[in-house]
Structure formats: C-alpha cells, structure tokens
Design a protein around this ligand. Structure first.
Ligand code: NAP
Length: 287
C-alpha cells in the first residue's frame, strides 16, 4: 500500500478569524451608517449543559464582533407551542435581525415546528425549509452554518470539486444533507452514507473528498481513507474527538481538518457573518 506524506492541516481557526474580522468591520460600518447594531437572538430550551455552553460561546463571540445578542431561555418542560410563540415573537421584533435556536431541543419539543417559526429573513443558522430549498436550488438565502463553513474551508484551500467523488457520511437536515447539496452545486459527484449504508469503508475509500458528519468518535478509520483524499471532520464528541481516526487518516490524506480547530470555529464565523448580512438586508443596505 502506498502512503502519501502527512496531510496538510486545514486551519479553521485562522480562516474563521478572517471571516470574523470582516464581519466585525461590517457590523461597525452598519452601526455607523444606520445607528443600528446587528442583533442575534439565541433561544435555548432545557438544561443541557453542552447546549448552554455553545450558546454562551456564540454570545461571547457576538460581543467581540460588535453584535448585540438577546437571550431567551425556556425550561425543559416548555411545550412546542410555548417555544413556537417565543420564536414567533422574535421573528416579529424589528430589533432582532437573526435568530438561532440551539439544537437539539428536548425530545418533547417538535423542533421542525420551532424552526419554521423563524422568519426566513432572520434564519441566520439556515435551519428552515425555506433556507434548505434556497441552498439546494442555488438561490440567495442563508446557509446552514456548518455546511457553509465546510464549503468556505474547501474554497480557501483551493480544493477542486468539479467531477470529483465527494462522500458525505451523515444525512441530518442541518449537517449532512445540506453539505451534500452544496458539494453537488460545486459539481462534485455526491454519495450520501448513513446508518443503513452497507460496506461504508468501501465507499469512503473511493472518496476524493470525504466529509464525516456523524457524531461517533473515530468511526472513520484511517484505512478507510483514499490516498490523497481531502478529509473534513465535522463530527464532535466529548473530549475533543472527531468522527475520523485523525493520526492514521492524516498519513493518507492530502488535506485534513483537525478537531478541534477545523470545522468548529467556521460554524460560529459563518453564523456571525450571516447575522450582519441579515441586519444589512433588513435595513435596506448591501454589504
Ligand atoms: P445526527 O442528527 O445524529 O445525525 C447523524 C447522522 O449520522 C445520521 O444521518 C445517521 O444516519 C448517521 N450515522 C449514525 N451512525 C452511523 C454509522 N454507524 N455509519 C454511518 N452513518 C451513521 O447528528 P448531527 O446533528 O448531524 O451532528 C453530527 C455530528 O456533527 C455531531 O458530532 C455534532 O456534534 C457535530 N456537529 C458539529 C458542528 C460544528 O460546529 N462543528 C455543528 C453541528 C454538528 P441515519 O440518518 O440513518 O440515522
């Protein structure tokens, strides 16, 4: 078996910093020109500590970028209609430009109903049916943030997609599915894999671009990676572990994202960038 040299790292922290710098500049210019500071509303339902940490990280990042944030916390016992009501109020509030509902909501809450209460003009996390359809049809709209971040990383590192085989492992509505649609829009030939896929290693070994979006620590073994492939690890499990067996995969890949410091920082950067764009659009400005 021929091994390629050790892969180059795709530095999501550095790329995200550049996106955040631009978003910070744009937010300041918008505030100067219109007197309005962009505002992101975060909605957290329940008491999952990891979700609370993610929301706090997003709020802190907003503050650093000169974006206001407004937080709505609902108890674990909240019903779907209570959450829908809270999100609808934010959709109708002209002082709020973007809305993020932290995923996953408690099992008793109909997350789809909650997402659909977000005005598509404020759907800066790209979770509504409207946003998914726009992304899939190549129409203007807000992208699901992690998929949008993955595409930005691929572009920054000059990864050619046209005609190449892209394999996406995972098909969730906020992650795997939209990543596949964006890769398709980039003229890749896309294969989706999921929990019912037969002989996953055989399929991943044929991937020129391999995206792992599962949430199972090191599910993708190094030996499942084609020599010279580009490997994007969007998975995250406690202990800073991704979906890919990093060391072994890095010996075969040409480019690979680390965990942490790969896809993760890109997600927040795209969220803030889209929040500033949403504010500009609602204020009748273009960036
Ligand atoms: P999810 O809704 O649980 O979806 C997981 C997907 O993986 C499903 O499509 C599932 O298939 C598939 N899957 C599960 N076991 C599999 C197996 N053994 N072989 C192949 N496919 C399998 O999760 P998600 O919300 O998409 O998140 C996935 C991961 O990404 C998590 O680690 C999450 O923390 C991470 N994430 C990271 C960011 C970031 O900012 N970096 C953002 C969002 C999510 P079925 O459809 O058949 O069930």
């Amino acid at each position: 078996m021929t091994l390629t040299s050790t892969a180059r790292l795709m530095d999501g922290t550095a790329v995200a910093a550049r996106i955040l710098e631009a978003a910070t500049r744009d937010a300041a210019a918008l505030a100067r020109d219109t007197g309005v500071t962009p505002c992101l509303a975060t909605v957290l339902v329940g008491d999952d500590p990891a979700s609370a940490t993610y929301v706090r990280m997003k709020q802190n990042r907003c503050a650093k970028a000169g974006i206001r944030s407004r937080h709505v916390a609902l108890p674990q016992s909240a019903t779907t209609s209570e959450v829908v009501e809270a999100v609808s109020a934010l959709s109708a509030d002209p002082d709020v430009h973007g809305i993020l509902v932290q995923h996953p909501a408690p099992a008793a809450v109909d997350e789809r109903a909650v997402f659909e209460a977000i005005d598509p003009a404020k759907d800066v996390d790209g979770v509504t049916l409207h946003s998914f359809a726009a992304l899939s049809f190549g129409l203007p709209g807000f992208q699901s943030c992690t998929p949008g971040g993955v595409m930005r990383l691929l572009r920054e590192y000059g990864v050619e997609l046209a005609g190449r085989h892209a394999v996406v492992v995972g098909r969730s509505p906020i992650l795997g599915k939209p990543i596949g649609m964006l890769l398709l829009a980039g003229d890749a030939t896309v294969t989706y894999c999921h929990s019912r896929t037969v002989d996953l290693p055989e399929i991943t070994r044929s991937a020129d671009v391999l995206v792992a979006a599962v949430g199972r620590p090191e599910l993708i073994r190094g030996g499942w990676v084609k020599s010279g492939a580009v490997v994007i690890d969007a998975g995250y499990s406690p202990g800073n572990v991704g979906d890919v067996e990093f060391e072994a995969a890095a010996r075969r890949a040409s480019l690979i994202t680390p965990v942490p410091g790969g896809v993760g920082p890109m997600t927040i950067a795209v969220l803030l960038e889209q929040t500033v764009r949403a504010a500009a659009q609602q204020l009748g400005r273009s960036l």
